[in-house]
Design a protein around this ligand. Structure first.
Ligand SMILES: *Cc1c(COP(=O)(O)O)cnc(C)c1O
Length: 377
């Protein structure tokens, strides 16, 4: 293994069966990334964040693979995601809902063993009431806001929570958690202030395990690890830390099919609104993916794809279903109808593409869409 994902297709990289392209998910690389992160946080354990269909890669497949790798804690954002994931995981897997306990989901969570992340006293009271009604303890996780102002118990509710915990009750608190807002930036002061706040909370609510680090947090060092780390993007090969080489292995490869080629003279306009004007005679190829397939319109005139390691610039606007690329740099006839070009792979990482699009790897991954033929390896 050289750390890249091989195309793994017969016939010299051409598309079969009318597919527009192949989205290849390397489950072995995913497993190695999990091992690496587990090693990084040991003796703490690594959970897996599989919200948004495991960042677009398939929560069922990803979850099953990581469970086989020893992972037992899985975080989704929403109750419906937990319900969908449950049948894909053995009974000893715990599924946590980060967005909290929505009104009406109490019976569903209780019946299906889905564990809410409690984000307010109001949620705590509803979950406690459910436990009372059932006459049995129900598991929950307590999330605190340490400075992101997004989710979790606000500071002003801590006293009420402490009082409720003194009284006791039927919610079995598995651990307490918080989320870092700037963990990808090792220089950020916000990491230190959130760590100080989490340390204060852990002292006030002593006796509970702590979960704090996301992918970036894992690489901020042991102070941030707590007992359960919650990596997402790093599992899927995205860079956990900005500005340094990415220690993770790529998991996703994307190859897209050529649907037409042509040669245009100098002066020809390319794409919507004719934003690109060919300076010379130019060979062009149109490929079968556009912004509806998660290749952002912001790549218009900026990004590139690759073939045989040659950079093929995107020319003109990204369309809904297609993108036109300049293939003048390749031998004539190298690309024909059905040939594949590399959008994500050894020559272009997720973070490279995200940078050209002016976004982050998370948005690229979760947006990749469902028109590609998916292959799990
Ligand atoms: C999404 C999320 C994570 C995972 O973050 P990554 O940066 O992808 O590792 C962890 N914890 C919470 C609360 C999240 O919302």
């Amino acid at each position: 293994m050289d750390g890249t994902i091989q195309a793994g297709r017969q016939g010299g990289s051409t598309v079969r069966g009318g597919a527009s392209g192949y989205l290849t998910v390397d489950l072995a690389a995913l497993a190695r990334n999990y091992e690496k992160l587990s090693g990084e946080v040991a003796p703490a354990r690594a959970a897996a964040v599989v919200k948004a269909d495991a960042y677009g890669l398939g929560a069922g497949q990803v979850g099953a693979k990581l469970h086989a790798q020893g992972c037992r804690d899985f975080f989704v954002a929403q109750f419906v995601e937990a319900v969908r994931l449950r049948p894909h995981l053995p009974g000893d897997a715990q599924i946590f809902v980060l967005n909290g306990l929505q009104p009406g989901n109490e019976p569903g969570c209780a019946q299906q063993g889905i564990i809410p992340v409690i984000n307010s006293m109001e949620q705590w009271q509803r979950w406690s009431a459910m436990a009372q009604a059932l006459g049995r303890a129900l598991p929950g996780v307590l999330q605190f806001d340490t400075g992101m102002s997004r989710l979790g118990l606000p500071q002003e509710e801590r006293a009420a929570l402490a009082a409720a915990l003194r009284v006791g009750g039927m919610v079995d608190v598995l651990f307490i958690m918080s989320h870092l807002a700037s963990a990808d930036d090792v220089e950020s002061e916000q990491n230190l202030s959130q760590l100080a706040e989490m340390t204060r909370i852990a002292r006030q609510f002593s006796g509970f395990d702590v979960s704090f680090a996301n992918s970036g947090g894992i690489f901020l060092g042991g102070d941030y690890h707590g007992v359960v780390a919650r990596p997402g993007i790093a599992l899927y090969g995205g860079a956990p830390t900005a500005g340094v080489p990415n220690p993770m292995e790529p998991v996703v490869r994307l190859d897209v099919a050529v649907v037409q080629t042509r040669t245009v003279p100098a002066g020809a306009r390319v794409g919507y609104s004719g934003t690109h004007v060919a300076a010379f005679e130019t060979r062009l190829a149109t490929i079968a993916a556009g912004y509806a397939d998660g290749l952002p319109r912001s790549l218009s005139g900026k990004g590139a794809v690759y073939c045989d390691g040659v950079r093929l610039p995107i020319v003109g606007r990204v369309s809904m279903d297609s993108i036109t690329i300049d293939i003048t740099g390749l031998p004539a006839d190298r690309l024909t109808l059905g040939s594949l070009v590399e959008v994500l792979g050894p020559h272009q990482s997720l973070d490279d593409l995200a940078r050209d699009a002016g976004t982050i790897s998370y948005e690229i991954l979760t947006g990749l869409g469902h028109r590609y033929e998916r292959q799990y390896r």
